[in-house]
Write a new protein. Structure first.
Length: 277
C-alpha cells in the first residue's frame, strides 16, 4: 500500500466525507432486519473470548456469527468491493467481509462507512472509517500507510467536532487499542443498540457490581472510548455487558438475544432504568 491508493478513498474534502456518511446512513435505514430468530437459536457462547489476545479478528468473527442471526437478504449494493477491500488494513477489510455474512454490522447506531474517506487534519493524514450518528465526531486511522509495522494494525483516533466550520484544531484522542481490537470493542458496544432485549442502570454505587463477577466473564480489552469514561466489556452465554465506573459510581448496559437471559439479573435489585425481562 502507498500514497497512490488515496484516490479510491476520496479527495479529503468535507463533501466527499458527507457523501460517504449519507451512503452509510441510507444503507442502514434501507436494509432492515428480517424477523428475529433468537428463540430458534441456542444461546451464543463465550468461547470467542479465548481468541481476543491471540487473534482478535477471529474473536470478532466468532462473536458476530454467534450473536447475529443470518439473514435472507440480497448483498448491499453500496458495500465495498473486493478491489477496495484489498487496499484497506486487514482488520477493516475483515470487518466488511464479515458484514456480507451478517448485514447487522451495517446497522450500527454509529455507522461504519461503506466507503472510508481520506482526510487531512492538523495532526496528520487520516482515513475516516466510522462516524458518530449525528456527525459530531469520527474514528480514524493513519492514511496513507507509513511503511512500518503498524500498517497491518494501525492505531485508532477519535476526533471531536472535526466538521465544525470554525474549529481548525479539533480534539483528537488516541484510543486504547489498535484497529483489530478496537473493532471488537466497537462491535461489543454497538451490540446493545441492536439487541432484541436489554437492561441498563446508572448512578449506582460501584460496590454493587461485585456480585456480577460470579457469572460474567471479563473480556481482555482496554477501556473503550477513555475520553468518555471508558467502558469495559463482559460476557456470559447469551449476554453482553458494557460497564463503566469512575471509582464511586457505575453504569451498566446488558444486551441479550433471549428475553429469559436477562431474568437472573432481577435478583440484583439494581435501580433499573430499563429492564426487558
Amino acid at each position: 500500500m502507498g500514497t497512490q491508493e488515496i484516490g479510491p478513498f476520496g479527495a479529503g474534502t468535507a463533501a466527499d466525507l458527507a457523501d460517504a456518511a449519507r451512503t452509510a446512513w441510507f444503507s442502514a435505514s434501507r436494509t432492515r432486519p428480517g424477523p428475529d430468530a433468537s428463540f430458534e437459536q441456542p444461546l451464543p457462547a463465550v468461547d470467542w473470548i479465548d481468541h481476543v489476545d491471540t487473534d482478535p479478528i477471529r474473536a470478532l468473527e466468532l462473536l458476530v456469527l454467534g450473536w447475529y442471526p443470518a439473514e435472507d437478504s440480497p448483498p448491499d449494493p453500496d458495500a465495498p468491493t473486493d478491489d477496495v477491500l484489498a487496499l484497506l488494513p486487514p482488520p477493516l477489510a475483515a470487518f466488511h467481509r464479515l458484514a456480507r455474512l451478517r448485514p447487522a454490522l451495517y446497522r450500527f447506531n454509529h455507522p461504519m462507512l461503506l466507503h472510508p474517506q481520506h482526510v487531512t487534519r492538523p495532526d496528520g493524514a487520516r482515513m475516516v472509517f466510522a462516524v458518530e450518528n449525528q456527525g459530531c465526531s469520527d474514528w480514524t486511522i493513519p492514511w496513507p500507510p507509513r511503511g512500518g509495522p503498524e500498517d497491518d494494525d494501525p492505531p485508532v483516533w477519535h476526533t471531536e467536532g472535526p466538521y465544525d466550520y470554525d474549529n481548525d484544531d479539533p480534539d483528537t484522542h488516541l484510543q486504547t487499542e489498535p484497529l483489530s481490537r478496537f473493532l471488537l470493542q466497537f462491535t461489543l458496544k454497538e451490540a446493545s443498540g441492536l439487541a432484541p432485549f436489554s437492561a441498563w442502570t446508572d448512578l449506582m454505587p460501584v460496590e454493587r457490581l461485585e456480585p456480577l463477577r460470579n457469572f460474567l466473564r471479563p473480556i481482555p480489552l482496554g477501556p473503550y472510548m477513555p475520553d468518555y469514561g471508558g467502558h469495559l466489556f463482559y460476557a456470559a452465554p447469551g449476554l453482553l455487558a458494557a460497564i463503566r465506573a469512575d471509582g464511586t459510581q457505575a453504569d451498566a448496559v446488558f444486551a441479550a438475544r433471549h428475553r429469559e437471559t436477562l431474568a437472573p439479573l432481577k435478583t440484583y435489585t439494581f435501580p433499573w432504568r430499563r429492564f426487558d425481562a
